[in-house]
Design a protein around this ligand. Structure first.
Ligand code: NDP
Length: 288
């Protein structure tokens, strides 16, 4: 049997329609949603990611500003701009394209972002709220959120399920594991020192991979009935994208997300959804 593909396109279309409607409603009320993206240095993919956010924002009626800093920019210049954006009432979300140039201290720059405008869920405060289970008050990081959204789109109720997460990285695996625990899944987090990866994966109802190792998850490590969410993205020498799961695995499981067209294709839309949530948090803050 071949797995049903869990593509993000239908989810993106539905979410975009909802976001556009909400953005128009907010604009009619005098507060169009505003997103600011900070791009520091000349990392190629970061520029492309920032531009894809710009076109998504504009297509949804969201005001977008790009704040570019050259390779020689000082940390203080960037944090000063972030603080300006924090106090700008027309800006509801501040997103920093990562990675930053190595000579900058990413943790200090991230710490300057107002947690209620932290649409990418990267600040220590956002992570703390997630750990405390304050999900309504937290802007969740979009790649883990994309994984969860795709699992739910398969009609899977994650509560009580055995879920294996491959990767304990700060961007995907670790926050996803916490999010899944908060949703009452029984979670096993695997990493490069895991002794019996195949055994753990075989026993799981759901497998989410975020290792960034093209094709490392083989068909014989998986089982029929499983949903497999592949968050891994590797750019191959020929320029194409590959996930962590080998393509042949589609015959071994029940649900599989494609790469490209799966986890990564949903993240920009979820960022815009987070922006609307951020507006709610900021509104609630002002009313208190
Ligand atoms: P990191 O790149 O920081 O870490 C990778 C994790 O994978 C580590 O925990 C590592 O283990 C684990 N790992 C690597 N090789 C193996 C292996 N052979 N067996 C088991 N575990 C292994 O994680 P991030 O969270 O930053 O990103 C993970 C990947 O997610 C990225 O490489 C990228 O491909 C993808 N990504 C996708 C996005 C999307 O939009 N779809 C967005 C962001 C990232 P250990 O800790 O022991 O070293």
């Amino acid at each position: 049997m071949t797995a049903r593909m869990l593509a993000s396109k239908p989810i993106v279309q539905k979410l975009k329609a909802e976001i556009r409607e909400e953005a128009e409603r907010r604009a009619r009320g005098g507060a169009p949603p505003g997103l600011a993206v900070i791009l520091a240095g000349s990392d190629g993919p970061s520029k492309a990611y920032a531009l894809s956010k710009e076109s998504a924002a504009r297509s949804l009626g969201i005001a977008f500003t790009l704040h570019r800093f050259g390779d020689g920019a000082e940390e203080a210049e960037i944090t000063a701009r972030i603080r300006e954006l924090n106090s700008d009432p027309a800006v509801h979300g501040v997103m920093l394209e990562l990675p930053l140039p190595k000579r900058l201290n990413a943790a200090r720059v991230i710490a300057a972002i107002d947690p209620d405008k932290d649409v990418d869920g990267v600040t220590a405060e956002s992570r703390g709220r997630l750990l405390q289970g304050r999900l309504d008050e937290t802007l969740l990081p979009v790649t883990p959120l994309s994984c969860l959204t795709l699992i739910e789109s398969a009609g899977i109720d994650i509560a009580g399920k055995n879920v294996a997460v491959v990767g304990r990285g700060e961007t995907v695996g670790l926050p996803l594991a916490v999010l899944l625990i908060k949703r009452s899944a029984t979670v096993t987090v695997c990493h490069s020192k895991t002794a019996d990866l195949k055994g753990v994966l075989k026993r799981s109802d759901v497998v989410v991979t975020a290792a960034g190792q093209a094709g490392m998850i083989k068909a014989d490590m998986l089982s029929q009935g499983q949903a497999v969410i592949d968050a891994g993205i590797t750019v191959l020498p020929d320029g194409t994208l590959a996930g962590d799961v080998e393509k042949r695995a589609a015959e071994a499981v029940s649900w599989l997300t494609p790469v490209p067209g799966g986890v990564g294709s949903l993240t920009v839309t979820l960022l815009m959804k987070n922006l609307l949530k951020a507006m709610g948090l900021q509104g609630a803050g002002r009313a208190a």
